[in-house]
Design a protein around this ligand. Structure first.
Ligand SMILES: [Zn+2]
Length: 651
C-alpha cells in the first residue's frame, strides 16, 4: 500500500505541468479532428494547382538561394529579388524553369549584370533562357526580381489581414501554394540546401522566418530582418509572417550543457496567455530528443509564429500556429523530424509526414499521461480508424486531395500502423529504425518512401515485413478475433481464429498478446497467429487461470473480439467424444474409430506446431513423424473440433 501511494505521488509530480496544460487546452477528439480538417481544407484549396507540376523540376539542383523580400503588412503585396545558385542535372540544359503565378510580374532576370530573356506563360511557369547550354553538374547563378499582388486563395498561400486592429501578412504554401508568392520549384524532388533571407518591413514590425535570426538592422527608416538557414529545405516549408509581434524565448537545456532556443512570435494581445502554454514545448522537445534523436535544427532554433489561420503549419524551424493547445504544439513540432527533416517523397505517401506526427503526439501522452490521455488517445484513434470496415493507408486515389489528406487513414491509421510495427519489431528495432530513417544519407534531410522505412525496420529486426505491409498498409480493414481457451491438467490451451472486416485481406498474420490472470495477477503470453484455428499450449504447472483478455494494451487494430472458456468436460462435442485412437503409443500409423464425420485431422506437437499428415478417412501414417508427444485434433466439415486426444509416437 505504501509503495503504491508513493509511486502515484511521484507520477503526479512528474506529470502535473503537462497534464494540467493538456487538461486545460486539450479536448482530445475534437482537437485532432479539427486539426485534420484544417489540413484537408488547406490542401483542397490548392487542388486546382495539383496538375501543374513543373516538368523541368528534376533537371536542376538548387543548392543556395539569397532572398530579399519587402513586405508591408498593411498591404497585400510582395516585392522580391531572389538569386539562385543551381547546377544542371542533365546535359545540354538551355532553360531554367521555375513555378510562379501569373498574377505576379517578373521585372528582370539578370546574370552577372546582363539581362536574360524569359517567358512567363499562362501555365504559371517562368522559363528563363540561359543563353547557353549547361552540362551535367555545371553551375549557374542568376537573379529574378518580381512583384505584385499574390492571387487570392481564401485563407491560402499569402494572406493579409488584421488581429486586434493590427495588420499582418503570413504565408502558407503546403502543398501547392508556393508559386503564389515566390518563384521556385514547387516539388518533392529537390531541397534548397541553404539560404539567406532578408525581409524588409516598416518599423515596429517583426518578420518571422526560417533558420536563425542573425540581425535586425535599420536602413532608410525600415527594418531588415536577416534569417540564415543552413539546412536543406523543401520549397513548401519556406515561410514568412510580418506583424507587430512580441517576441520571447524558452530554452531546452540539453544534458551536454547546450541549449536549444524556442523563439515565440506572438500577438501582443495574446502573449501573456500563450507564454504559459508554450512552456509545454520544452517538455515535448525534450521527449522527442530522447525518442527520435536531437532536434534537426538545434544549431539554429525552433519557434512558433502566431498567424491568422485556424490550424498549424510546420514551417521549417518555426511552426505557424493558429492556437497553442498542447496537441497542436506536439503535432507541429513532430513534423520538424517527420515532414521537414525527412519529407514524404510524394503526396501519396503523406502518411510518412502525418502518420508520424500523429503518432509522436500519441507518444507524448504515453510518456506524460500514461494512465489518462494515452488510453484516450488510443481509444479515439482506434474508434476513428475502425468506424468503417475498409480503407488503406496507401493512397489508392491520387486524384483526390481529400483522399490524400484523409484524417482517418493518412493520420490515424498511419499512426496506428506505426504503433503496430513497434509491437511487431519491438522497441529497440523500432526506435533504431526511426533513427536510421532520420539520419541515413539518402533520407536524412531529403525525401523518403515507405519502402525505405520498411527496409530500415527489416534490417534492424531481422523480420520480413512484406506480409505486414501487404495487410496493414496496402490492405484494408482489421481482424475480429475469436479466442477459445481451456486448462488441461498442467497446460493452458488456446485456439485462435479471426475474421476480417474487408475482403482485401484474408488473414492478418500478427503476434497477438493475451493476458492471463492467475489469482488476479496478469501474465502476458504472445500467440503468433499464422493460421485459422491455431492451437497454442503453455505449461502452467499447478497454477490456475481465472480469466483471459485479448490485447489489453491495444497494440493491434481489432474489434468485437470474443473469448470463450471451454470447460473441456462440458464442451459438448468433446464431452460426447465417441472417438478412439489406437494404438497409443504408436509408431507406424494410428487408426480412428468410428471413422465418421471427420473432415480433417491435425497432428500438433508440444510446441503447438501443426505437422502435415495424410488422412485416408480412417488411418494416418506416421512415417515422417518423429518420436514425441502430440495432440490429435479431429474436425468436421465446418471446422469444428470433434475431439482432441493426446498420443505418444515412439520410433
Ligand atoms: Zn500535420
Amino acid at each position: 500500500m505504501k509503495t503504491y501511494g508513493y509511486s502515484i505521488a511521484i507520477l503526479l509530480i512528474l506529470c502535473l505541468p503537462i497534464a494540467a496544460t493538456a487538461q486545460e487546452d486539450f479536448n482530445y477528439p475534437f482537437e485532432l479532428e479539427d486539426l485534420i480538417c484544417k489540413e484537408q481544407e488547406k490542401a483542397e484549396l490548392h487542388m486546382d494547382q495539383r496538375d501543374l507540376r513543373n516538368p523541368a523540376s528534376d533537371q536542376t539542383d538548387i543548392h543556395y538561394q539569397e532572398i530579399h523580400w519587402t513586405i508591408d503588412p498593411a498591404q497585400k503585396y510582395i516585392a522580391g529579388e531572389i538569386t539562385y545558385y543551381f547546377k544542371s542535372r542533365v546535359d545540354n540544359l538551355t532553360s531554367f524553369i521555375l513555378d510562379l503565378s501569373n498574377a505576379l510580374q517578373v521585372n528582370a532576370v539578370i546574370r552577372n549584370g546582363t539581362p536574360l530573356t524569359f517567358t512567363h506563360s499562362t501555365d504559371q511557369l517562368l522559363t528563363i533562357d540561359l543563353n547557353k547550354s549547361l552540362q551535367t553538374d555545371e553551375q549557374d547563378t542568376l537573379t529574378v526580381t518580381y512583384e505584385g499582388i499574390p492571387p487570392s486563395n481564401g485563407f491560402g498561400s499569402f494572406e493579409q489581414g488584421t488581429h486586434a486592429g493590427n495588420p499582418i501578412v503570413w504565408t502558407l504554401s503546403e502543398p501547392y501554394g508556393m508559386r503564389d508568392w515566390w518563384p521556385g520549384k514547387q516539388d518533392l524532388v529537390d531541397k534548397i540546401d541553404s539560404m539567406d533571407v532578408y525581409i524588409t518591413t516598416p518599423p515596429g514590425q517583426l518578420a518571422a522566418g526560417n533558420g536563425k535570426l542573425m540581425s535586425i538592422t535599420e536602413q532608410d527608416g525600415k527594418l531588415i530582418h536577416y534569417w540564415r538557414h543552413r539546412h536543406p529545405i523543401v520549397s513548401y516549408l519556406v515561410a514568412l509572417a510580418v506583424t507587430n509581434y512580441e517576441a520571447y524565448s524558452d530554452f531546452v537545456h540539453l544534458t551536454n550543457g547546450d541549449s536549444i532556443e524556442i523563439l515565440n512570435y506572438i500577438y501582443p494581445e495574446n502573449v501573456e496567455q500563450v507564454k504559459t502554454q508554450t512552456k509545454s514545448s520544452i517538455d515535448i522537445m525534450t521527449l522527442y530528443n530522447e525518442l527520435v534523436g536531437l532536434y534537426p535544427y538545434a544549431d539554429e532554433k525552433y519557434g512558433h509564429a502566431q498567424f491568422g489561420w485556424g490550424g498549424g503549419e510546420e514551417h521549417q524551424t518555426m511552426s505557424f500556429m493558429g492556437s497553442f493547445s498542447f496537441g497542436l504544439q506536439a503535432h507541429e513540432m513532430a513534423h520538424q523530424w517527420f515532414g521537414d527533416k525527412v519529407t514524404c517523397g510524394s503526396w501519396t505517401e503523406i502518411w510518412l509526414n502525418e502518420g508520424f506526427a500523429t503518432y509522436l503526439t500519441g507518444m507524448t501522452y504515453e510518456n506524460f499521461s500514461p494512465d489518462e490521455f494515452w488510453p484516450q488517445w488510443k481509444s479515439s484513434t482506434r474508434n476513428s480508424i475502425m468506424s468503417q470496415p475498409g480503407g488503406s493507408v496507401f493512397v489508392d486515389d491520387t486524384t483526390s486531395v481529400n483522399r490524400i489528406f484523409n484524417g482517418r487513414l493518412s493520420y490515424n491509421k498511419g499512426a496506428y500502423v506505426l504503433h503496430m510495427l513497434r509491437w511487431v519489431v519491438g522497441d529497440d528495432a523500432f526506435f533504431t529504425s526511426l533513427q536510421d530513417y532520420l539520419d541515413t544519407p539518402g533520407t536524412a534531410y531529403g525525401f523518403a518512401k515507405t519502402a525505405q522505412l520498411q527496409n530500415y525496420l527489416e534490417d534492424n529486426s531481422g523480420i520480413d515485413l512484406n506480409e505486414f505491409f501487404q495487410d496493414w498498409y496496402y490492405g484494408q480493414g482489421f481482424p475480429t478475433y475469436d479466442l477459445k481457451w481451456t486448462q488441461e491438467s498442467d497446460s493452458l490451451i488456446f485456439w485462435l481464429s479471426q475474421t476480417t472486416s474487408h475482403p482485401s485481406v484474408s488473414f492478418f498474420e500478427m503476434p497477438v498478446p493475451i493476458s492471463v490472470y492467475f489469482n488476479g495477477t496478469p501474465t502476458t503470453l504472445v500467440l503468433d497467429h499464422t493460421a485459422q484455428d491455431q492451437r497454442f499450449s503453455f505449461f502452467i504447472g499447478n497454477e490456475s487461470a481465472d480469466s483471459v483478455l485479448i490485447d489489453p494494451d491495444f497494440w493491434i487494430l481489432s474489434k468485437n473480439n470474443t473469448i470463450t472458456e471451454i470447460a473441456t468436460s462440458l464442451y459438448s462435442p468433446i464431452a460426447q467424444d465417441k472417438y478412439t485412437i489406437y494404438p497409443n503409443p504408436a509408431s507406424a500409423l494410428i487408426e480412428i474409430v468410428p471413422a465418421v464425420d471427420i473432415q480433417e485431422v491435425d497432428l500438433i506437437d508440444i510446441l503447438g506446431v501443426k505437422r502435415n499428415v495424410r488422412f485416408d478417412g480412417r488411418r494416418i501414417p506416421l512415417e515422417n513423424i518423429p518420436s514425441g508427444y502430440y495432440q490429435v485434433m479431429l474436425k468436421n466439415t465446418n471446422g469444428e473440433i470433434l475431439s482432441i486426444k493426446p498420443i505418444v509416437v515412439v520410433k
